[in-house]
Design a protein around this ligand. Structure first.
Ligand SMILES: Nc1nc2c(ncn2[C@@H]2O[C@H](COP(=O)(O)OP(=O)(O)OP(=O)(O)O)[C@@H](O)[C@H]2O)c(=O)[nH]1
Ligand SMILES: [Mg+2]
Length: 194
């Protein structure tokens, strides 16, 4: 930690600042992570270059303050992330639901994340994006291809008495139409504890 960072931390008023939850936006390249993050951040729909370096943004979902981390989905960059995997409160995993050819690849990546020790018990929101494209997979089809059919935990209110399973749900969305992801983020925000 640099001296500047250290003094900034030391001077932050204790307990006054609301805690930020840490959420990772993951998924293959071209899934729509950066487009979603930009819309959440400043409501703007912008065409992006593929992400090169991780960035982070502060967001708000309801009362919850989030620090969202956006990564490159390209394979070569995926290995460089473990540093970011500590103390994660939630993962939003995006899949391009219109690109059936990459479902198997997306499943492999998702499986690797779900079995990553550092992310054990972290709630996962799977967003099936691009449903504005006519041949996009349905929610059932996507669940099937990602091998999640048996593992989703329910979209309703949380039953906190049963905390033995990792919260995991699939929500379909179209980021460019600004629909669907709001419900997903509301759902996952129930699991973010303070
Ligand atoms: N049709 C459609 N296209 C979308 C949607 N969301 C994103 N896109 C497009 O998908 C492409 C990739 O979007 P990005 O947000 O850059 O994808 P990314 O996941 O950040 O990709 P990397 O940074 O390479 O990992 C862009 O051309 C977007 O405009 C959507 O809901 N529908
Ligand atoms: Mg990106």
């Amino acid at each position: 930690m640099s001296l500047v960072d250290w003094s900034r931390q030391a001077l932050a008023p204790l307990g006054r600042r609301q805690k930020e939850a840490k959420i990772l936006f993951l998924g293959l390249d071209n899934a729509g992570k950066t487009t979603l993050l930009r819309i959440l951040k400043d409501e703007r729909l912008v065409q992006h270059q593929p992400t090169q370096f991780p960035t982070s943004e502060e967001l708000r979902v309801g009362k919850i303050k989030l620090r969202a981390f956006d990564f490159s989905g390209r394979q070569i960059a995926r290995r460089a992330r473990p540093d970011y995997y500590t103390k994660v409160d939630a993962v939003a995993y995006l899949v391009d639901a219109s690109n059936q050819e990459r479902f198997a690849e997306s499943k492999r990546e998702l499986d690797a994340l779900l079995s990553d020790e550092a992310l054990a018990n972290v709630p996962f929101l799977v967003l099936g994006n691009k449903i504005d494209i006519p041949h996009a997979a349905s929610e059932d089809e996507l669940q099937y291809h990602l091998g999640l059919t048996e593992f989703t935990t329910g979209k309703g209110k949380v039953n906190f008495a049963d905390q033995t399973v990792r919260p995991l749900e699939v929500f379909m969305c179209s980021v460019i139409r600004k629909m669907g992801y709001g419900e997903g983020l509301q759902w996952i925000s129930q699991y973010i504890k303070y």
